[in-house]
Structures are given as C-alpha cells and as structure tokens.
Design a protein around this ligand. Structure first.
Ligand SMILES: [Zn+2]
Length: 88
C-alpha cells in the first residue's frame, strides 16, 4: 500500500490517497501532476525500496545527481553573501 498526501493547489486543500500498486500511483501522479502537489505522509512512510519507479518520479535526480531540492549551480541554498562572492 502506498499512501500520499495530495494537495490540490488551486483549492488549497489536501487529502490522503492510497494506492494498491506502484503503477496505480504513477498513473494518478502523471494525470494529476499539473494541478496537484504530492507529499509523503510522515505517519505513513512509503517503503521506497519496494517502489523505486515511484521514488524516481517524486524525487528526481537533479543535474548534480542528487535528490531533493536543488537551489541552482551549487545545489544547496546560498546566503546573499555567498551569492555575492560567487558573482551572481
Ligand atoms: Zn542540484
């Protein structure tokens, strides 16, 4: 079972969706991806080892080959001061 929090952006509300299979979840995310946001539910963590394709979809590798939020060339967020030193 895969549980995800689905956030409907233009309605500013969320609900929990549960999927029996990885394919079901991927189909749902592909169809709704333009208008909905998806979050892992802390209380119902997904067994990512069992659903590697879903993991790749939700946490794509950035150009640095890392997961999670990418803040640009250095991947990590830089302070304004660091940004000035870097020249941008
Ligand atoms: Zn990155």
């Amino acid at each position: 079972m895969i549980a995800l929090e689905i956030h409907i952006c233009d309605q500013r509300r969320s609900y929990t969706a549960r999927f029996a299979t990885e394919d079901q979840a991927l189909t749902f995310l592909t169809v709704r991806g333009m208008t909905h946001a998806f979050h892992e539910i802390k209380a119902e963590p997904v067994d990512w080892a069992a659903f590697p394709r879903l993991y790749d979809y939700l946490y794509p590798e950035c150009e640095h080959g890392m997961r999670g939020d990418c803040y640009g060339p250095q991947h990590y967020y830089m302070t304004d001061d660091e940004r000035r030193h870097a020249g941008w």
